[in-house]
Every structure is written in structure tokens, then in C-alpha cells.
Design a protein around this ligand. Structure first.
Ligand code: NAP
Length: 281
């Protein structure tokens, strides 16, 4: 019986059922994780249904911000970023949490075999994913988090939120058209986090000025998108260190699994589940 699921709109592409069911099955808990398209209009009714029928829900695009308003209560980290990707339901009560931040933190450490202590981070994007992850990283010992984003007000708001979390943080907002500042920012960064939706479609342009990336740079590129993109291809051509968003999805899902089951998540099984998909969908 389905007791956990992922919702979003669109949702057909989600790798969460394959990954989560692999973890549940490996722990002898069957395959209780489903998938459902829920539109923005349907979201309040879905919350009422979920309250009585599920133990846990993952929330994806475009509902993470609205979910933070609809949950009965929020964890501290979800409240800080105003985004919810995990519902923990018990005794008719819905607790909203955000595991995207810890997902990116663990992914950076795993993919690049690196610590975050003292590192300089540059985000491309200031939407929901950037919001949930940047505020978390601000509390992970990094010294700088800067933002390049099309809508400058959103980048400034997020920069302010990160500095509120960590008053010692250095944070700059860079206009995409500023060739000088953009080039300097990429040159300074230890990690470039690609958190825009540019790359989801094959026809999308690069999310930043390609000429800012050069062979031999120290910057490690993490593209939150988990299928091949122009940025990933270009980073490979320049022999730069890069990773796609698979490990972030696995790690945020593993944290949801841990919250629901209180079991240490079987990470390798979840990585394999991500690759294989879920035949039972
Ligand atoms: P979102 O809230 O809609 O934000 C989209 C971001 O992309 C904003 O910064 C937006 O800039 C920018 N953008 C969109 N179209 C653009 C364009 N034509 N030109 C320039 N910038 C543009 O979406 P989200 O939830 O943050 O998701 C962003 C990405 O994160 C997606 O690619 C998603 O796949 C990925 N993600 C991955 C994981 C994972 O586990 N791997 C988890 C969550 C999200 P404006 O602010 O100017 O609109």
C-alpha cells in the first residue's frame, strides 16, 4: 500500500520512486513509495488528504514555498529558508522540513572529496533550490556565498538571508551582464553551484557567460540538473572538475528516508535505484 509519495507538476520525470523504493525494499519494508501529479490549485486539498493517508511526502517544483505555508509546523531549517521538500506526518499533524540543503552539502563533499570549511561559493540562480541550499551552506563554515541571477532583487534577498544566518559571511550580488565582476567571481570561487533551470531543455542557453570559465581554474562546478547539459559538456571540454545533480537528489532523499523511518539510509542502494528507475510506477 502506498504510504509515501512524491508530488509536483510536472512530475513524470521524477527519479524519487526508484530511489526510495529501492531503499524501503532493501530494509524489508516493501515498495510503499508512489508518485502523483498535484497542481497548485489542488495542493491545499492534497494536504488534507495526506494528513489522513500518508506517513511521508516529498514535494518538488513548483510547490516547495507554498508547502511551507500549508504545513502545520516547520523544522528550524525549513523555517529559515521558507521552503519545504519533505512532509513528516503523524497523528494527523504535518511537519514540514527541507532536506535540499543537507543534500547539496553532502553531495559537494562526496563528489569532490572536499570539506566546505573556509570555501567560497558562487551560485548561479536564486530560485527555490538556491534558497533552500544557500541558507544551509551559510551555516556550514564557508566564508563567502555570492549570487549571479537574472532577477537581481531575488539574488539580493537571498544574499541578505544568508548573511542573517551567518553575519561573518561575505556575499556579493552580480548582474549577469557584468563581464568584469562575473569573471572575477568565477575565478575566486571554490565551488560554482548551477541552480537555475537553464539546461532542463536542450535548447536552453548556458546559465552563465561561457568565457568566464577557463582551463586550469580551481573552481569545481556542481550542476543541480541531473541529466547532461551544455554546462557539463563545456566543463568536461575544459577538463574542469564537475558533477551533476544526481548525488544531491540521492542525499536529500536519503535524509527524507531517515526522517521517516529512523533507519540509516542505504545510500549505495539508493544510487542504484536512481539509475534503474521504478518499474512499478
Ligand atoms: P525556480 O524556483 O523556478 O528558479 C529558477 C531559477 O532559474 C531562477 O534563478 C531563475 O531566475 C532562473 N532562470 C529561469 N529561466 C531563466 C532564463 N531564461 N534566464 C536566466 N535565468 C533563468 O526553480 P528551482 O526549484 O530553484 O529549480 C532550479 C534548478 O534546480 C532546476 O534545474 C532543478 O532541476 C534543480 N534542482 C535539483 C535538485 C536535485 O536534487 N538535484 C533539487 C532541486 C532543484 P529568476 O530569478 O530571474 O527567475
Amino acid at each position: 500500500m502506498i504510504k509515501y509519495l512524491v508530488i509536483g507538476d510536472p512530475i513524470g520525470h521524477s527519479r524519487s520512486p526508484g530511489m526510495q523504493n529501492a531503499a524501503f525494499a532493501a530494509c524489508g519494508l516493501g515498495r510503499p513509495y508512489g508518485i502523483k501529479k498535484v497542481t497548485a490549485e489542488e495542493l491545499p486539498d492534497f494536504f488534507e488528504f495526506a494528513r489522513k493517508n500518508y506517513f511521508g511526502v516529498n514535494i518538488t517544483v513548483p510547490h516547495k514555498i507554498r508547502a511551507a505555508e500549508l504545513a502545520d509546523s516547520l523544522t528550524e531549517r525549513a523555517g529559515e529558508c521558507g521552503s519545504v521538500n519533505t512532509l513528516i506526518i503523524s497523528e494527523n499533524s504535518i511537519l514540514g522540513d527541507s532536506t535540499d540543503g543537507v543534500g547539496l552539502e553532502m553531495a559537494l563533499k562526496y563528489c569532490f572529496n572536499s570539506t566546505l570549511e573556509g570555501k567560497k561559493i558562487l551560485f548561479c540562480g536564486a530560485g527555490g533550490a538556491a534558497r533552500a541550499t544557500a541558507v544551509h551552506l551559510a551555516g556550514c563554515g564557508v566564508t563567502e556565498i555570492s549570487f549571479i541571477n537574472r532577477t537581481i532583487e531575488k539574488a539580493q534577498e537571498l544574499s541578505d538571508l544568508c548573511c542573517k544566518k551567518n553575519p561573518a559571511l561575505v556575499s556579493e550580488v552580480i548582474v549577469p551582464a557584468d563581464d568584469v565582476l562575473g569573471r572575477v567571481a568565477v575565478g575566486r570561487a571554490d565551488f560554482l553551484i548551477q541552480a537555475t533551470s537553464l539546461g532542463l531543455k536542450e535548447s536552453d542557453p548556458m546559465p552563465l557567460n561561457a568565457s568566464w570559465l577557463e582551463k586550469g581554474m580551481k573552481v569545481k562546478i556542481f550542476d543541480t540538473i541531473y541529466h547532461p547539459t551544455k554546462l557539463q559538456k563545456y566543463a568536461e571540454e575544459l577538463s574542469l572538475s564537475w558533477a551533476n545533480g544526481k548525488e544531491m537528489l540521492v542525499q536529500q532523499g536519503a535524509e527524507s528516508f531517515r526522517l521517516w523511518t529512523k533507519i540509516v539510509p542505504p545510500l549505495e542502494v539508493m544510487r542504484e535505484g536512481f539509475d534503474k528507475g521504478d518499474d512499478l510506477q
